[in-house]
Design a protein around this ligand. Sequence first.
Ligand code: C2E
Ligand code: MG
Ligand code: MG
Length: 576
Amino acid sequence: MDNNTEKTHTGDAGNGSSTDPSSPESAFFDVFFTNASEAIFITDPKGRLITANSSFTTMTGITLPGALGKIPAILKPEGPDDDFYHTLLRTLKRKGNWRGEILNTRGNGEICREWLSISSYKNKHDETTHYVGTLMDAATQMSQSLSKHYYDSLTKLPNRLLLQDRLEFMINHARRNNELMALLLLDIDRFRLINDTFGYEIGDKLLQTIAERLQTCVRDVDVVFRSGDDEFAIILEEIAHMEDAAKVAKRILTSCAGPLPVNGHDIHTSVCIGISIFPTDGDGKVQMLQNAEAAMLRARETGLNNYQHYKPSMNARALERLTLENDLRSALSRYELCTFFQPQVEIKTSKITGMEALLRWKHPELGMIPPAQFIPIAEDTGLILSIGEWVLRSSCLQARKWQMMGVPLVISVNLSANQFQQQNLVSIVESALKNSGMPPDLLELEITESMSMKNPEDTMKMLTALKDLGVRIAIDDFGTGYSSLSYLKRFPIDTLKIDRSFLMDIPENPRDAEIVKAIIAMAHSLKLAVIAEGVETELQAQYLVENGCAKMQGYLFSPPVPENEFERLLKKQVPA
Ligand code: C2E
Ligand code: MG
Ligand code: MG
């Protein structure tokens, strides 16, 4: 090894204070360099080979001294358009090092994936004097040091980390060879439900079964990954046509649909699949993953058991949702959420007897976003728990304020299904009452009819516990949820809210008119208060009065309004 190289390895090449070639460090280095299982090579700033060890010869087929002074093949671009090498050079210039996977043709003609790592060494004038490279067999390296991080222990499939890695590698490969490749992302329909119903053991077994089936649906060269809890990914390399990906997707749908035998249970499941194709749907791994995910979400929305190819319009929607999701996370702390109040009116006296608190989001750029648009996102992300608690606490404070001003009104607060299943809901309500000092009978909690009937026995327990605090309970959107009358009788409830959909066409629509009449009669016989929501016309109000519904809420009286406007409404009816 010449003097030059030794200096290079000490990292202070060219600064005149190099390691003494006869020092113990130098001797150690010689042994390490010669016997290393990694290929090590050193070049000048132009990439011309200065020296290399014997592993380099084994792994590249390049022999010394013939190759000295020439640029080794692994460092040569494959043409002026070779993006890969241009990126490599740029990174090397900017950061001083580059590390990644390359395809290397070995001395014996075998094509292998190798980890290439290159660092530049500079002198004190900041000029690059050498490049030092190491080349390592990628497969060996992975299995040696990374298997723990890269493989999922349940399914034994490579995980998301390795997916990222492999995807990048395959994209580079496809780009250089002008080939198509596809990324499939799969999600198990209703996996969480299966887990909740049958338990984790069955859930795990199902994942293993699906992992096995997926592997039978692809070629040997294609790799299946477990990329998330109930998510798998497949890279299809070198496909001839875009339709080939669809063929595989169909095969998977058939193979995974229908009852899967798992520990003696027949689990009915299916998957949905999103597909992105390189290069049409993305030119890097981030985009390919994002777009396959957007397609997968679309497949899930379309229904169970289907696949979708990525389309640019999907991304717009996914992006919109993602943006909303991100913004919603900070909406509370940025004071962007507020509640509006819609009066509930007793028709005989024309007096406001209560109000419903309705959540609003004032988005800094998008303006007012209606609850129907962001509450589902809040529910999916779990944010509804903190948002719902905030609505509850601030509504109690608000009602207490009006009570202290001499207008004791019942305030109705909507609970979402997630909140209703929350174990500590009772203590949250209790604390909201205590902190505000509001009498419990001025708080009415609304749960929808469908929520109440999903799990009636649990509903019963929760309602009883809430009722023990002294609050009122209303069943919202009544008429839409197929109530069981026997439960309805037993639930400790105070109010039925007739859903707006039944009022829209009365009195013209005789069927709806009859339903409304029946609901009112039933409420009376169960000794429940009844209120009609969404009353917009005098005719509707008249019909309701004639049939014994005394309370109403709707645009006929007032839309939901902010606090100060609500106070103006109150002042109009209660002269100061
Ligand atoms: P909901 O609880 O059934 O509330 C009644 C909805 O009907 C409100 O819509 C209200 O503005 C609207 N409405 C009232 N009168 C009329 C009318 O005469 N005509 C028409 N066309 N609409 C009328 P909003 O405020 O958009 O809320 C929609 C839904 O979002 C609510 O339905 C409720 O399910 C949910 N929501 C609102 N605030 C909250 C909240 O704080 N927590 C939870 N979990 N859900 C909320
Ligand atoms: Mg409501
Ligand atoms: Mg309603």
